[in-house]
Each structure stands twice: as C-alpha cells, then as structure tokens.
Design a protein around this ligand. Sequence first.
Ligand SMILES: [Zn+2]
Ligand SMILES: [Zn+2]
Length: 196
Amino acid sequence: MPRDPRALRVRRSDVSWKKSQRASSARRNAGECAVSHRHHRDETRIAALDAERRRLGLAMTVQRRAVLEVLASTDAHPTIDDVHAEVRRRFPEVSRSMVYRILESFAEAGLVRKVFHPGRALRYDSRTDRHHHFTCTACERGIDISDPRLDRLPVPETLARSGEFTVQDYSVQFFGLCPDCAAARSEAAGEKRPGR
Ligand SMILES: [Zn+2]
Ligand SMILES: [Zn+2]
C-alpha cells in the first residue's frame, strides 16, 4: 500500500482504540453492562468482512472502514447509536446520519444483516449466515444461536397454503435473561428476603 495519509491516520488511531478497549474493560469490571461488551479488535474477522466487502463491490472510505471494524469487533449486534459512539471515538466529525447511511448501504449489499426485535432498536449483525438470536430483556444484549433443528422449521401453513408467498430466510428470536442479569436479579431478591 502506498503511503496514504489516511492509512497513517487509521494506524495512529489504533492506539486510542486499544485505550478505549481498556476503558471498556474497566467499565465491565465496574459491572456496567454496555453493548461495547466483547469489543475486541479481531484482525481475522475484520479481514474476512473486508474481503466480503470487496467481493460485493462496495467502495471503501475511511469512515466505512471504521464502521466495518466496529461491526467486526463485536458480537453484540450493535444499534446505530452503538456503532456511532464507537466510530466517534476515532473520528469525532462523523455524524450519526453518516453512520446510518453506511450501515444501510452495507445491509443493502448484503454485507450485514438487520436484526429486528419487536419494540426494540434496529440492530446490525456482521454474520449473514442463517442463525438465530437470544435477546436479554434486561440489558438488551443479544447472542447468536446456532442449532440445526431451528434451521429446519417448516414454512408456516398460512404462508404455504396461499402459494403466493416465497420465504427466502427466517430467524428465530428468544427473549429472556442473560446469566449476568439473572444473577443480578436473584442477588437482589436474596437481599430483600431477610427483610420480609
Ligand atoms: Zn442481560
Ligand atoms: Zn446474530
């Protein structure tokens, strides 16, 4: 690669990225369950997503690169605001609407998948293969679920009967409490009990 000043800029900001990683692990230790949970700079995932981006013929800019890196560095299925907050640590001038436009262009091209949870903010997933989700109703954390049995669900009768619908894909969503939130709840319940 030529000595592109933008490349230097990205590299230099890697330092602050690491710093932000330390900050987020400090937050995690403080018990603050943030969506930055499990943010780690995974070069292999970034490279894989970037190769896919190139294959899909999506142009690259510094801002798009930053968004791509955020998506590849978390499995928390971030919202637009989550992605924007991470990108802004490195590029304070990047607006939310720019992040939105980038995410939408990624989704339209099939680089990421949009995850809809009823009554919840739209999230983006850098995994585009068929998989399913568990969402914690307390901290909103989402995790990926792979189970061959869920991949073999029949087309619902109402859709199949009419013959006018084509099901291209589907995803099953489970809701409940993650281990952290379940533990926090039972702890809170345990604290109250002696008072009763
Ligand atoms: Zn939770
Ligand atoms: Zn997912």
